[in-house]
Design a protein around this ligand. Structure first.
Ligand SMILES: Cc1ncc(COP(=O)(O)O)c(C=O)c1O
Length: 400
């Protein structure tokens, strides 16, 4: 009898963590390495949020929370969904989890039976398929293309749906591509979903506040209210408020699903950290100037990176609408020879050679289900981004 669970054999470790590890190893050997792999803002959590947590500790808010979250946070979440997304959820339809990641996991855990399919547009955030597999479901990938901005089309969605489809996962703006859907694009997808009443949508709106230029964020249940009773709208404070370490994510959805997720959470963590929940109340209800300021900083970085990458030979970088990632194609350098003498046959070779030759750590696109591409996180200083892009330009120019 095997000691480890069969479920473990279905999942693989995170490629993004592997890249970070490799970069750390090279740094430890004294190499000059710039890591553009991390998916977290380089800003500090705002002071008003930190103070709210300190006040909560001083008030003695240090006990177990209610399983689905403290009442003031669930009220703040319902108010946020109304204010920013025009979605009518009561506080009792919300749940707070230990990061958005746990919300997603619990939603799959609460709904997937063996054989159930989950449609995941590719490129995707690395955790979606692994979570589906861990929960006994089957990921079904729906490909996008660089030419349509890495966005799922109605036609591709229609083809991916079968009688076994339980969920469609939406993630806009997207990790890894930065692509975000317009109202019209969401409406087209909603048109398909309306024809298939057995399909639910899990929308991961984690990067909602990071969209640039005149792009306006929309979420699917807002665009098509008829889908509200089969949509789980997920969000969190990690990216918008630079609170990755506080581990607070949240969601709202139909009562029956929320109850099931509460049951799972009650036997799992008993709820998210009480102190961090009080900090999240302040993040959602307090002043939002932090978000506006950082959005402007990220937009400047995006524009810098896109422009410099498009000046690198063989690299094509579309302008993403949001998040803090770009997802350029390296198709133009496939077949060329790197400084080590090795021919670059795919995006994994490209990122390995780039790291060896120039000390720039990025993540290969095939880890996100669509290549040959690579992901750069621009959640780092302009100086480092500029230096990285100079190195990438030098690297691609040196290929033979
Ligand atoms: C698309 C997406 N969803 C969810 C998460 C998880 O967020 P959290 O830190 O709240 O668990 C991430 C984090 O990288 C993400 O990129």
């Amino acid at each position: 009898m095997a000691f480890l669970a069969d479920a473990l054999s279905r999942v693989k470790p995170s490629a993004t963590i592997a890249v970070a590890q490799k970069a750390r190893e090279l740094k430890a050997q004294g190499r000059d390495v710039i890591s553009l792999g991390a998916g977290e803002p380089d800003f500090d959590t705002p002071d008003n949020v930190k103070n709210a947590a300190i006040d909560a500790i001083r008030r003695g808010e240090t006990k177990y929370p209610p399983v689905s979250g403290i009442v003031p946070l669930r009220e703040a979440i319902a108010a946020k969904f109304k204010r920013e997304n025009n979605l009518d959820y009561s506080p009792s339809q919300t749940i707070v989890g230990t990061g958005g990641k746990q919300i997603l996991f619990n939603a799959f855990m609460a709904t997937l039976n063996p054989g159930d399919e989950v449609v995941i547009p590719a490129p995707y955030w690395v955790s979606y398929p692994e979570m589906v597999l861990l929960c006994g479901g089957t990921p079904v990938f729906a490909d996008t293309t660089i030419d349509n901005g890495f966005k799922l089309t109605a036609e591709v969605l229609e083809k991916a749906i079968t009688p076994k489809t339980k969920w469609l996962v939406m993630n806009s703006p997207s990790n890894p591509s930065g692509a975000a859907y317009t109202r019209e694009e969401l409406r087209a997808l909603a048109g398909v979903l309306l024809k298939h009443p057995h399909v639910w949508t899990l929308t991961d709106d984690m990067y909602e506040h990071l969209t640039y230029g005149d792009f306006t964020f929309h979420t699917i249940a807002e665009v098509e209210p008829a889908l509200l009773d089969r949509t789980l709208t997920m969000n969190g404070v990690s990216k918008a408020y630079a609170m990755t370490g506080w581990r607070i994510g949240y969601a709202a959805g139909p009562a029956q699903l929320m109850k099931a997720m509460d049951t799972i959470q009650s036997q799992q963590t008993s709820g998210a950290c009480t102190i961090a929940q009080w900090a999240a109340v302040e993040a959602l209800n307090g002043p939002q100037d932090f978000v506006t300021r950082n959005k402007a900083i990220f937009q400047g970085r995006r524009d810098l990176v896109v422009s410099m990458l498009n000046q690198a030979a063989g690299i094509k970088c579309p302008v993403p609408e949001g998040a803090f990632y770009v997802y350029p194609s390296c198709a133009g350098v496939i077949g060329r020879k790197g400084p080590s003498g090795k021919v670059i046959t795919d995006d994994q070779d490209f990122v390995t050679e780039l790291l060896e030759a120039e000390g720039v750590a990025v993540v290969h696109g095939s880890a996100f289900g669509l290549g040959p591409n690579f992901r750069i996180s621009y959640a780092t200083s302009e100086e480092l981004l500029e230096e990285s892009c100079i190195r990438i330009q030098r690297f691609t120019a040196s290929l033979m």
